[in-house]
Design a protein around this ligand. Structure first.
Ligand SMILES: *Cc1c(COP(=O)(O)O)cnc(C)c1O
Length: 828
């Protein structure tokens, strides 16, 4: 601790570029002193975390300024990723990794006497997303920077992100996510970059000085959007791109009129009202939230982002007709789809362009990524609600629709049924706007997120659009960043791989294929097994810390972590656990290997069935874990508060990845990729990207079960009767009866009745139809685990062949097929 004394502090300089151990120490002490106003002896853990974070930030800013200067000078065409969610995960470790200075910073902190892990752990998760969709956006900004693509992410700076999950008596309880409480060292507020966003009001139609028909929107309310920028550093490059998150603020903090008349609270009211727009993330994953505030959030994001882009376009272009040359805008699902109408409004109303050229600019700008086939997640806004928030945009959408319908009628004369299906307006029940249709019509490119999903889009959900414009349709299979989800989370495996094949794979993940040659070396397999064993030990320690449940690191770690949703079928997994339990009770000598089944995931607060499934998992765990008769053979644990930070402690320790959705329901999945990248084998259905993962790693290294999409559709058409499965399958009946009879609820037969009734009644996700196939497949898993050499070989091959699932490949696809954007190098 000798060098921690004040007289040793470098008072004059922070040394903001170097990354040697000495540079980090200097920078740390300088920041602790000058930024935080602390001295080492009394600094809290958070002070120390902040001091290190600010030291890293200085190094990012250096690259960031050079990056923006380069883009400005080269007038770079820029990708703009518009997303209501960015599920980033902690920045500190990732930035150090990308800087190439992780080990130096770690050593510096240790030499100063601090525990580096504790410093990393101090960072709050910026949980500005629900699950896969938001995490995808975060992987994509990482990859865009790494590939040196001029790019900006635009999102919302929610004051409260996704809730923290705690478990009380087996039930999920939601706690507000106060992620900004201790400060956020990664963001730079830009109070001067402020956009005014209108809401409500009415429109006026007039003739301008040139005799042209024009429309003026008179909003009832104005809200200010303030930019908050976070630098996103690429991996071992000088590029630091920008994630720009918008925070809502009142245009005037006080309405002085009301203030002067003595209505102090009335004056504050407007301020409070405006700020609610960016107050909280809606916690629904793949589900609709038809609230006015949600629409206001969507429009707020879109309007701020497009106004900002327009401002920048006009810095170099003579007029807004060049907008699409400067920007490629990608819509991450339909949440930002109102961008189509907003860009039209800006071009036509604000900049006086004619409709046709404005429409050309809009269509050439926008690309739309569809993320779901679930009907309940396809966004629709009731016309009345939409009009009350965005009256001018409704007019624009009607006009887009009028022209579009004319086009449809010209193409398909007399086909009124087709017109009805394609219309942007759904006329059934109360009229509503189909946001996916708006996005399709207003974009030049439409893509799904896995091959199977893109095919289902073309031939089912968006079939009529595909008939009209087949050239608009693309597939871009999702990917995940190997920086965060392999190098950062799994240093043991990273080192083993690099020692074996060099570190070329860290820049080009396809080079992992060099591992194939190692899969047959006994010594390498031994080393691989030993790394996986260490990972399980760390995971077991984490499970113990979070749940108090002890697990055996020698057992098979069977893991399902993802949002809770019936289509993801965590309850199918539970039926397997109960079946195994019954077998172990009946025959303690049966040949099933010891298994630890781990769950984690949040349920939307209003999704009762999902919350009841969480309760069921805890109830089953309680019985199984405390049953002496099967001691150690089967354990069940639920790790609370699944988020990016916690996930990084889960993937490395997994042996088996559960990807068991009903075929046709999971658009892609990305958890499946993170697991395989860490050497877990998958048990899965032919759904989403599972199909491509299986093709890549080899059918013999993947445990396939269940109905195909075609079989699911056929069974549904034939009128599916789940009860038949219950009646005819002894083990299934026994498992469901145990739940129904209260075996896991102290004899309470009511508690889980909704689950039992749902499964025996309609079973909308066909859990029972896939039960037998799943159980038999799990038996195969058990037998394979009993052959460690075979298992290890398969694990190595999963990693060796996972290269195509990097988000770098996905971003390469977007750049080539949809955005037509090339890298721009940033000099040192
Ligand atoms: C990757 C990830 C997801 C998506 O998981 P799926 O299994 O693809 O649904 C959700 N949440 C977090 C925190 C993730 O890291």
């Amino acid at each position: 601790m000798a060098n921690l004394h004040l007289q040793n502090l470098p008072m004059a300089e922070s040394g903001s570029a170097g990354t040697s151990v000495e540079d980090w120490k200097k920078a740390f002490l300088w920041n602790l002193y000058y930024v935080l106003g602390r001295f080492p002896e009394t600094a809290s853990l958070n002070d120390k975390y902040l001091a290190l974070a600010h030291s890293v930030r200085e190094r990012l800013l250096d690259r960031w300024v050079k990056t923006s200067e380069t883009y400005y000078r080269k007038k770079a065409r820029t990708a703009c990723y518009l997303s209501a969610e960015f599920l980033l995960g902690p920045h500190l470790g990732n930035n150090l990794l990308n800087l190439g200075a992780y080990d130096e910073a770690k050593q510096a902190m240790e030499e100063l006497g601090f525990n580096f892990e504790d410093l990393l752990d101090q960072e709050e998760e910026p949980g500005l997303g629900n699950g896969g969709l938001g995490r995808l956006a975060a992987c994509y900004v990482d990859s865009m920077a790494t590939l040196e693509i001029p790019a900006v992410g635009h999102g919302i700076r929610y004051e409260f992100g996704i809730f923290d999950q705690v478990i009380r008596d087996g039930w999920q309880v939601e706690i507000a996510d106060k992620w900004l409480r201790l400060g956020n060292p990664w963001e730079i507020p830009r109070p001067e970059i402020a956009m005014t966003v209108g809401l409500g009001g009415h429109t006026e139609h007039y003739t301008d000085e040139n005799g042209r028909y024009r429309v003026r929107w008179i909003p009832q309310r104005l809200v200010k959007g303030i930019a908050h920028d976070t630098p996103i550093l690429g991996f071992r490059v000088n590029t630091a791109n920008m994630l720009r998150l918008w925070r809502a603020e009142a245009v005037n903090s006080f309405d002085f009129q009301s203030f002067n008349t003595g209505d102090y609270y009335g004056a504050v009211e407007e301020k409070v009202g405006s700020e609610t727009i960016s107050k909280v993330l809606y916690p629904n994953d793949s589900g609709l939230e038809g609230k006015q505030l949600r629409l206001e959030q969507q429009y707020f994001l879109v309007s701020c982002a497009l106004q900002d882009m327009m401002r920048i376009t006009l810095q170099t272009a003579p007029d807004p007709s060049h907008f699409h040359e400067k920007y490629a805008v990608q819509l991450n699902d339909t949440h930002p789809a109102v961008a189509v109408a907003e860009l039209m409004r800006l071009l036509v109303d604000e900049y006086g362009m004619d409709w046709e050229p404005a429409w050309e600019v809009t269509r050439r700008t926008m690309g739309y990524t569809n993320h779901t086939l679930l009907p309940e997640a396809l966004e629709k806004w009731p016309i009345g609600l939409f009009e009350s928030v965005l009256p001018r945009h409704l007019e624009i959408i009607f006009e887009i629709n009028r022209r579009f319908i004319d086009e449809v009628r010209a193409r398909y004369p007399g086909d009124d049924e087709r017109v009805r299906r394609l219309s942007l307006i759904d006329e059934t029940g109360g009229r509503s706007i189909r946001m996916a249709h708006l996005a399709c019509v207003g974009s030049h490119a439409i893509n799904g997120v896995a091959t199977l999903h893109s095919e289902l889009l073309k031939h089912e959900v968006l079939r009529d659009f595909n008939d009209m414009w087949p050239e608009k349709f693309f597939n871009v299979t999702n990917g995940v960043t190997p920086r965060r989800f392999l190098m950062l989370t799994n240093p043991g495996l990273t080192k083993l791989v690099s020692d074996a094949i060099g570190d070329g794979w860290t820049r080009d993940l396809d080079k992992l294929r060099l591992l194939e040659a190692k899969a047959d070396e006994l010594a390498f397999r031994d080393a691989w097994r030993s790394v996986k064993r260490q990972c399980r030990e760390a995971f077991a320690a984490e499970i113990l810390k979070k749940t108090g449940i002890t697990t055996d690191p020698a057992s098979l770690f069977d893991v399902q972590v993802k949002r809770f949703h019936e289509y993801k079928r965590q309850h199918l997994n539970v039926l397997h656990i109960i079946t195994l339990y019954h077998r172990l009770k009946r025959d303690p000598h049966c040949d099933a290997p010891a298994r630890t089944v781990v769950f984690a995931g949040k349920a939307a607060p209003g999704y009762m069935m999902a919350k009841l499934i969480i309760k069921l998992i805890h109830a089953v765990a309680d019985i199984v874990n405390n049953d002496r008769a099967i001691a150690g053979r089967l354990r069940v644990a639920f790790v609370p508060d699944y988020n990016v930070k916690n996930s990084q402690r889960i993937f490395p320790g997994a042996d088996l990845s559960e990807q068991i959705s009903t075929a046709g329901k999971e658009a892609s999945g990305t958890g499946n990729m993170k697991f395989a990248m860490n050497g877990a084998l998958t048990i899965g259905t032919l759904d989403g990207a599972n199909v491509e993962i299986r093709d890549a790693v080899g059918a013999e290294n993947f445990f396939l079960f269940g109905m195909t999409v075609d079989e699911v559709q056929r069974r549904l058409a034939e009128c599916y009767r789940p009860y038949e499965h219950y009646r005819s399958d002894e083990e299934l009946k026994e498992a469901i009866d145990a739940i129904a009879d209260g075996a896991f609820s102290n004899g309470d037969r009511e508690l889980f009745r909704p689950i039992v009734d749902n499964l025996l009644g309609t079973d909308p996700y066909m859990v029972l139809a896939d039960y037998r196939s799943y159980i038999d497949c799990q038996d195969k898993v058990g037998r394979a685990w009993r052959e460690p050499e075979r298992w290890t070989r398969a694990s190595i091959l999963n990693v060796a062949r996972i290269g195509q699932f990097t988000s770098d490949r996905a971003i390469g696809d977007y750049c080539r097929d949809i955005w037509h954007i090339n890298p721009v190098k940033v000099a040192e």
